[in-house]
Design a protein around this ligand. Structure first.
Ligand code: E4P
Length: 217
């Protein structure tokens, strides 16, 4: 399972990258806004740091303008994945950009049918949003499982990039289902390390070690 980091905060990306836990990065207009950085400048900095795909999202709504923006974003670095929304115009842009050899991440996916269309339009990644489905009392994880089943039925090569991750349970469930990639905020990836029995066990070992009066160094 690949880990993409869902942020435009370069320090947080660097920390995970140093541990080999940043196989890629995803950004979106809201994350760029939060970073307070210029999109081209920050995307370039991230793409130089990370070996894997770095998603940068178009903001045009019409296919021709999306394609133009996508070409500009793709020029930032070889590892840019152009992110387009799952609209009819987005699919047109996906087809043109992917046919020209660009990686394309089709985002804002909320149904299996949308995921099928993205795969047929040549998407490298499909981004189903788990948390936003959970927010409206639907089960985001069902969508991941359904897309996995359908893509496997037909051998679609589009990678399932599970997005809108809100909890460590989302990541474990995606791993069980077989999502190819999760993109997660850095704090959720770091929270995966936590277990109370690890903390309790370590405290007991430290207490016993203190009683031995020994030092290793
Ligand atoms: C990533 O590609 C998505 O834009 C992101 O995961 C959305 O997450 P959110 O629903 O928490 O904003």
């Amino acid at each position: 399972m690949k880990f993409f980091v869902d942020t435009a905060e370069v320090d947080a990306i660097a920390e995970l990258n140093d541990l080999g836990m940043a196989d890629g990065v995803t950004t979106n207009p809201s994350l760029i806004m939060k970073s307070g950085r210029d999109i081209v400048e920050v995307t370039k900095e991230i793409a130089e740091m990370i070996d894997g795909p770095v998603s940068a999202e178009v903001v045009a709504l019409k296919a021709d303008a999306m394609i133009e923006e996508g070409r500009k974003l793709a020029k930032i670095a070889d590892n840019i994945a152009v992110k387009v929304p799952l609209t009819w115009d987005g699919l047109k842009a996906c087809k043109v950009l992917s046919s020209a050899g660009n990686m394309v991440n089709v985002t804002l996916c909320f149904s299996v049918n949308q995921a099928i269309l993205a795969a047929k339009a040549g998407a490298s990644f499909i981004s189903p949003f788990i948390g936003r489905l959970d927010d409206i009392n639907l089960d985001g994880m069902d969508l991941i499982a359904d897309i996995r089943e359908v893509y496997d039925n037909y051998g679609f090569e589009t990678e399932i990039l599970a997005a809108s991750i809100r909890s460590v349970n989302h990541i474990a469930d995606c791993a069980r289902i077989g999502a190819d990639v999760i993109t997660s905020p850095p704090n959720v990836i770091k929270a995966m390390v936590k277990h109370p029995l690890t903390d309790n066990g370590l405290a007991a070992f430290m207490a016993d070690w203190e009683k031995t009066g020994q030092n290793i160094l």
